[in-house]
Every structure is written in structure tokens, then in C-alpha cells.
Design a binder for this molecule. Sequence first.
Ligand code: CTP
Ligand code: ZN
Length: 152
Amino acid sequence: MPSTELIVSKIENGTVIDHIPAGRALAVLRILGITGREGVRVALVMNVESKKLGRKDIVKIEGRELTPDEVDVISAVAPTATINIIKNYEVVKKYKVRPPHVIRGKFKCRNPNCITNQHREHVVTSFVLVKEEPPTFACEYCGRYHSLEELV
Ligand code: CTP
Ligand code: ZN
């Protein structure tokens, strides 16, 4: 992928999230809680050419491995993503994300009357992926549909 290599250099150790649908890189960063103030090196590549996707985004995070939970949530916003683990500049592991069916405890329901928003109840939120494109999630408790933007 020579054109991409010209934009951002290779990383030494960390994770490359490749084949993200174009325009979703920021949602991926938000899921990972990366604001840019952590001091870790992060590279964002948006809207570059991809043989498989037409256009794609790439996120490169130096010095960080993702937890299985994080990968599951990423798959909801980037079902085409490939996770590459980099050690000493080499790709030592590569795998495709699997779409999660349920995401627990990560996001808030937008329905103010939802039981998950009643502080006394201590109910952990739970969202079910009901549609892949565009990703649409239903609150398991009140049924409200959430687009990606509403959830993340
Ligand atoms: N990469 C990187 N730093 C490295 C090694 C790889 O940033 N030290 C990035 C590459 O730029 C690429 C991704 O990690 O975006 C995957 O690398 P590689 O497997 O070498 O590329 P491809 O063969 O093109 O991957 P795929 O077959 O998954 O498209
Ligand atoms: Zn709800």
C-alpha cells in the first residue's frame, strides 16, 4: 500500500487498526477513550484508497494493545476492520474483528426515562446490534434505537 506508507510511517510497537470504513476513525478513537492528551503517539489516516473498501481509515496506536472488549466494540462501528499487532516493526498477529451482538456497560441510553438512567437502579446498559449498515443499536431495556453518533 505505497500511497498510505507515504502518509504515515510504520510504527515500532503497538496496534494498527486497518480497513476501518471511511469516516469512522474518530469513532474508533472515542471508543478507545483516546483524546490525544495521553501522550501516546497516535496516527490517524482518513479516506485513503483501499482495494477492498474503495476508501478506508486507519488508526495506529503506539505502545498499546487492545482488550477483547475494546475489539468487540470497535467491530460494531468498523465491522470490516483488521487488527494488526506490531512488535519491532513487524506484524506479529493479524485478525479480523467479529461483530458483537451485545455491548454491555460501555454506552449510555439516550432515553432519559430508561431504567438504565435511574441512578437508584444500578442497571448496567446493554445494547444489541439490530442493523449493520448504518450500525444501529437497540437498548435492551427500553428498545430505543441509537445510531452510531448517538451511542459513541
Ligand atoms: N503497519 C505499521 N507499522 C508496521 C507494520 C505495519 O503501521 N511496523 C501497518 C501497515 O501500514 C498496514 C497495516 O499495518 O496499514 C498492516 O500491515 P501489513 O500486514 O504489512 O499490510 P497489508 O499486507 O497491506 O495488510 P492487509 O493484507 O491486512 O491489507
Ligand atoms: Zn434504554
